[in-house]
Design a protein around this ligand. Structure first.
Ligand code: NDP
Length: 288
């Protein structure tokens, strides 16, 4: 007798604009295939004005969940039923998952970053962190570092309003002490820094030669330098840091680990992280 077969696929997606060069689909689809899951991940261009329709569509089509990227991470919040605690503190959502008919907003960017640090043997608890940038990635990373016990967080940003706002938000919402440091020319990194995190767009494709304006001689070998930029992972910032003997962490680990967290939220299963890392490395022509 013919066995019943399920032809219906479970749907996941990324909504953004621009989104054409977002590689998350490669990582998620490799994970689905490795576990034999009939899931799809669609990379979909959704303009600013169309987000509400896209979210209604995802509800109507029973999506398991979706990612949000530029410019939707904050705008999506009123369209959701609930937020996780971290997404509420961060004030931005990069992942939505469906649970008991509700769309729940989470933010896995900072958690992906933390996992990547820990995979590199770095525990942020009690550490002093200096963070370059105060945009969406910096918000997620600083809040998660604070929740993970970082003692002090220095926020360095070009625009004062954004930098000062993030520093006071981290101080108010978490146990960490945060302070804004204006980004003066050839900025010296505070000596007491244990972890220096590059959270701006500098070094992002296509301007891959871009390098933050720092006094690189203020970097000490005892510090760790991490970058969130992933599409040319060995950024000029990391190259300068490595040249001075710092341990370095690229943005690839953050990307894979946020994808792995999304995978688990959507499927309820542990993500095959090795397979997903290998797929990304192959895509970027790197050694896994
Ligand atoms: P936003 O646009 O929200 O923020 C950009 C930040 O970069 C702001 O703080 C901005 O400063 C600063 N900046 C941009 N250009 C310069 C410059 N020339 N000099 C000094 N500061 C500058 O972007 P996101 O936070 O969403 O993204 C930042 C980076 O994080 C991107 O490269 C993105 O690819 C990466 N990312 C990586 C992820 C991963 O998984 N590895 C996940 C998410 C993001 P100002 O406020 O003054 O404008």
């Amino acid at each position: 007798m013919r066995q019943e077969k399920i032809y219906r696929a479970e749907l996941t997606a990324c909504f953004g604009d621009p989104v054409d060069e977002n590689p998350t689909g490669v990582i998620e689809e490799a994970g689905f295939a490795a576990l034999g899951l009939n899931y799809r991940y669609l990379t979909v261009r959704v303009g600013k004005q169309c987000l509400e329709d896209a979210v209604k569509g995802a509800r109507a089509m029973n999506f398991r969940g979706f990612n949000l990227t530029i410019p939707h991470k904050v705008a999506v919040i009123p369209m959701l039923d609930e937020l996780t605690e971290a997404a509420g503190l961060i004030g931005a959502v990069n992942t939505v998952f469906s649970q008991d008919g509700k769309l729940i907003g989470e933010n896995t960017d900072g958690k992906g970053f933390l996992t990547s640090l820990r995979e590199n043997g770095i525990d942020p608890s009690g550490k002093t962190v200096t963070l370059l940038g105060a945009g969406g990635a910096a918000r997620a990373v600083s809040i998660e570092l604070a929740l993970a016990g970082a003692g002090r967080i220095n926020i360095v940003n070009r625009s004062e309003t954004r930098g000062a706002e993030l520093a006071s938000s981290v101080s108010e919402k978490t146990e960490a002490t945060a302070a804004y440091i204006p980004w003066t020319r050839q900025l010296r990194i505070p000596e007491e820094t244990d972890i220096l995190v590059q959270c701006t767009n500098i070094g992002l494709f296509p301007d891959v030669t871009g390098k933050p304006d720092l006094d690189y001689d203020s970097l000490r070998p005892g510090m760790v330098a991490a970058d969130v930029v992933f599409n040319r992972p060995n950024t000029p910032f990391l190259q300068e840091a490595a040249r001075r003997g710092l341990k370095t962490v690229t943005g690839l680990g953050m990307l894979v680990n946020q994808a792995a967290l999304n995978f688990s939220l959507w499927t309820g299963m542990d993500a095959p992280v090795d397979v997903m890392t290998e797929a990304l490395a192959k895509e970027f022509g790197l050694d896994p």
